[in-house]
Each structure stands twice: as C-alpha cells, then as structure tokens.
Design a protein around this ligand. Structure first.
Ligand SMILES: Nc1ncnc2c1ncn2[C@@H]1O[C@H](COP(=O)(O)OP(=O)(O)OP(=O)(O)O)[C@@H](O)[C@H]1O
Ligand SMILES: [Mg+2]
Length: 357
C-alpha cells in the first residue's frame, strides 16, 4: 500500500498544527490551522506568531518557554480568540524539534478538556452541597437514632417472641441508617492532614483489599512509574479514592477475562485551570484506573460525579462523588474517558511542595 506523503497527512488532521521557526516566523501551517486563523498559508507563513494572535497571549510565552527549555509543554483552556475569529478555547501542545537548534511545532485541540473542566466545576459544587448536608445529617440523625435503638433494646428485654422480631427490626434498620449517615459523613469538611504519601503504597493496599474481596474475579495489572514523587495528602483518604475507583472498575469489568490496569505516570508540563482560581496549576502526578467493561453509558456521563447517581440496584451513588470531593480538596482533578472495553478514570494531582504553598 502507498502511504500519502506527510503534508497530505498533516492536512487531513482536524487539529490545527503549525511550525514556528527559530527566527520566530511561522514556517508551516496545515489546513486546519488555516481554517482556525481564518487566513491562507500564504498570509500566515513568514509572519511572526505575535502578529496573528492577541498581544499577551499565553501561547507566546509558551512558545518562548519551549524554545528555551526544549521540553514538550501543554496548556489547557487557552483563549486564542481574536475579534476576527471570535472566542476560541483550545488546548495547546508545543514541542521542540528533536535534534535541531531551534523552532517548535504547535498543535491545538479545540475545547475538549475545557468542557471537562466545566464539568469538574459542577461535580465539586455537587459534592459541596453534600458536605453541608452530611454535617447536618450526622448531627440531627445519628443522636436520636441511637436513642431509638437503645429504647428498642430496652423493650426487647420484656417483649414476647413476636414483638422481639419487631424490636430487632428497629435495631437493624437503625444500624442501616447509621451506616449510611456515616458514609455521608465522609463528605463533611474535616481539615485534611497533608503528608507526603507514596501513591504506590496506596495502590498496593487497594489491590490487596480488592483481590481479597470484590475484585477476586478480575486480573489487576500494574504499570507504575517508580520514580513518581510523593503525593501530598492523607493515606487513608487516598486509599478510599482508589478503592472506590477499583470497585467500580471491578463491577464494570468483563465477567470472563476482566482486567483492571492501575497506572501511574509523571506528566511534564500539564497545566490546568482549576475552579476557584484563575492561575493555571501544574498537576503532573497522574494515577489512573482502567477497566475493560462495557463503558459508562453516554446519558449518565455528564452527571457521573453527582451524588446519588447510580445504575446499580444496590448502589448508593456516593462513590464517585466522594472521589471528586477528596481529589478536589487535594487541589487535583478527576476525569473519565470511556468507550466500550476501555474506561479510564484519571486522577491528576499537584506536586507536594506546590500543594503546600
Ligand atoms: N468503571 C466504570 N464503568 C462503567 N460505569 C461506571 C464505572 N464507574 C462508575 N460507573 C457508573 O457511574 C455510576 C456512579 O458510580 P458511583 O461509584 O458514584 O456509585 P455506584 O458504584 O453506583 O454506588 P456505590 O459506589 O455506592 O457502590 C455507577 O452506577 C455506574 O453506572
Ligand atoms: Mg461505586
């Protein structure tokens, strides 16, 4: 088979790609980039980047930075809009040309992560509303319940066989409500004790618990970057996060040949805008849980992290809401990417010293 030449390939891409040469002038644009800038290649090439994007645009400093450091760097949710092309939110990756003294290649993707971040905002406010509710519930429900339970136990002592069944029912149901309230209580805003945590020890614990119980039918594979620096957080909370993700993965994985992949990676240069602050933060620590199940049904994807959303007959729908809450408190982000046989929940966290700043 004949392969088309590289320019044809570049021009078939839906993502804008262009090259900024060492002298700062644009030396190549693909067709998607021409469309993006609403100008032809003849106009764009030989112009300086600063002439076609707004003054002070983060893309300019990004290109300068990559020229200098020679490391591939990404920035999410950059507004490259001009009066001519309108508002345009893009994710940008700038890479140096390998083995050359200058010049960078810029590729852009419109809006995907940006829309995920919007969703993240919603998840957090949802989790927050639960945290207020949890505190109220814990206070207003648990104490009277223990009173009811105690009263039922007193009655039980003098009750006949038939009535004893009823007092037992009261105790059991009271216990069930307490257990649920306790789960909700995990949402309440307790101050977190941050410590350097080795995420691989967290995952090891999660794997052991999972294999001994709910994930005994699936294979758990590990793809770890052993040089990953510590996460700033609380060991038990991080175990809770990944237990929830692995439990969901095990429940979704194929009955036969079910497989879960735990993965850690260090991502240079991933910068995200996190709700509540205008500054972009670096979230280079990535921990993900992948399964080969049927995938997240499309209609629930926008609400995935909302509390009480569940498709399971015995689910509470609190698992992912709790994950979003804990990761949000740690200054990180969680997102989901799903297709049949490949669902990935990706947790991105800040480096320890940045988090404590
Ligand atoms: N790995 C996955 N694959 C497919 N669907 C998933 C996956 N993880 C979560 N979901 C979907 O998201 C819903 C919400 O998950 P969440 O963990 O919040 O609650 P749950 O698992 O239903 O209940 P609980 O966690 O209390 O047992 C699930 O009911 C399921 O439909
Ligand atoms: Mg769950």
């Amino acid at each position: 088979m004949m392969f088309p030449d590289q320019e044809v390939i570049l021009n078939s891409l839906v993502h804008p790609v262009f090259v900024v040469a060492a002298d700062g002038r644009i030396s190549f644009v693909n067709q998607a980039a021409e469309q993006f800038f609403a100008a032809g290649a003849n106009y764009l090439t030989a112009r300086r980047l600063g002439e076609i994007i707004p003054y002070g645009s983060p893309l300019l400093s990004l290109v300068e930075q990559v020229e200098r450091d020679r490391n591939t760097t990404s920035e999410y949710e950059v507004n490259l809009g001009t009066p001519r092309i309108g508002p345009r939110l893009v994710n940008i990756t700038v890479s140096p040309f390998p083995e050359q003294t200058g010049g960078v290649i810029v590729s852009m993707q419109e809006n995907t992560i940006a829309s995920k971040m919007d969703r993240q905002l919603v998840h957090r406010s949802a989790a927050r509303s639960v945290s207020g509710m949890a505190a109220v519930l814990a206070h207003e429900v648990k104490n009277p319940l223990s009173g009811i339970r105690g009263a039922a136990q007193l009655l039980e002592q003098n009750a006949n066989e038939d009535d004893r069944e009823l007092t037992q029912l009261i105790c059991d149901e009271a216990d069930r409500i307490v257990a649920m309230v306790e789960r909700m209580e995990m949402f309440s805003d307790k101050p977190v004790k941050r410590q350097p945590v080795n995420i691989h020890q967290v995952l090891e614990r999660v794997r052991k618990v999972a294999e001994a119980g709910f994930a005994s039918h699936v294979r758990i594979l590990e793809e770890y970057d052993p040089s990953l620096p510590p996460v700033s957080g609380e060991f038990d909370q991080l175990v809770q996060v990944f237990l929830n993700l692995v439990k969901n993965a095990a429940e979704a994985a194929e009955r036969q040949g079910g497989e879960i992949i735990l993965r850690t990676a260090f991502r240079h240069g991933v910068r995200l805008e996190v709700p509540g602050s205008r500054a972009k933060v670096k979230l280079p620590l990535e921990v993900s849980v992948q399964d080969n199940g049927a995938g997240v049904p499309e209609e629930i994807q926008p609400y995935l992290f909302d509390p009480f959303l569940t498709t399971k007959s015995d689910g509470s729908g609190l698992g992912l809401a709790l994950v979003a809450k804990i990761i949000g408190d740690l200054g990180g982000v969680v997102e989901c990417e799903s297709e049949p046989r490949k669902t990935i929940f990706r947790v991105m966290l800040p480096m320890q010293e940045e988090a404590s700043e």
